[in-house]
Design a protein around this ligand. Sequence first.
Ligand code: BDR
Ligand code: CA
Length: 309
Amino acid sequence: PRKIIIDTDPGQDDAVAILLALASPELEVLALTAVAGNVPLALTQRNACQIVELAGKHIPVHAGCDAPLARKLVTAEHVHGKTGLDGIPLPDPAHPLHGQHAVDFIIQALREHPTGSITLCPLGPLTNIATAFQRAPDIIPKVAEIVLMGGAYFEVGNITPAAEFNIYVDPEAAEIVFRSGVPLVVMPLDVTHKALTSREWVEEMRSLGTPVGQAVASWTDFFERFDTAKYGSAGAPLHDPCVIAYLIEPALFTGRHINVEIETGSELTLGMTVADWWRVTKREPNAMFMGGVDRDGFYRLLTERLGRL
Ligand code: BDR
Ligand code: CA
């Protein structure tokens, strides 16, 4: 199986992504590393522990950075609720966090494993990853690939008119990651807004009759109340599970290998992912920027895998 580290700020959609990974034999989740994002770190780290326990797995959870590199934390309780994981109450975590800081863990794991054997999967702001790269540049060439949820191009912003939440929260960190030279696969809103839930799928989750099915249905219901009102769409975008689905079944997604730069200066367009989709510059491509997803295939995969937990 492919070794991955999931860096996350759960988040209902992060939670579904984590469950999908934990249900998939193609992937070996070395650890979850929590970062501040949708809600403050104290909550994202706790949520991460609860999700692992809901799945009945024993995967270490490391707490990471509690604030962006250079800015004040912006959170998204308006989307995810007070806890970040509103929708269904989960038991207090029975197992404690791992004592090692997430950044130290990421550095150590990459140093200890052979080059090209660990894939990083960021589902939140890129603070932990950028901090690790800054502190230990020797690990950068050791990363196999980074597959992340973030950014937007044709679909533009969901936190400001120009920017997607994960990139907006820590644009300096995003810039470090996008300029790192590590092969990147990016799942922007252009993809995730095509991966909307449907009523039928939520009911299918509920009818699994398992704690996981119940939680996924309740989270999605909660999440949907916001997105349906906001986007007038059929359902809620399951952003972060796109990252994990790509690792399992890359053919579900289509995109272009292009140059993507991060806006860190302008107040108006801060955190924008300026994607050279039409290749109008000579800038070196640095990211596989996705644009399309086979929606039915994506939900088929989710149903099949979540049913295993
Ligand atoms: C991203 O922001 C968060 O609210 C979601 O968990 C997802 O990672 C979408 O913009
Ligand atoms: Ca997230």
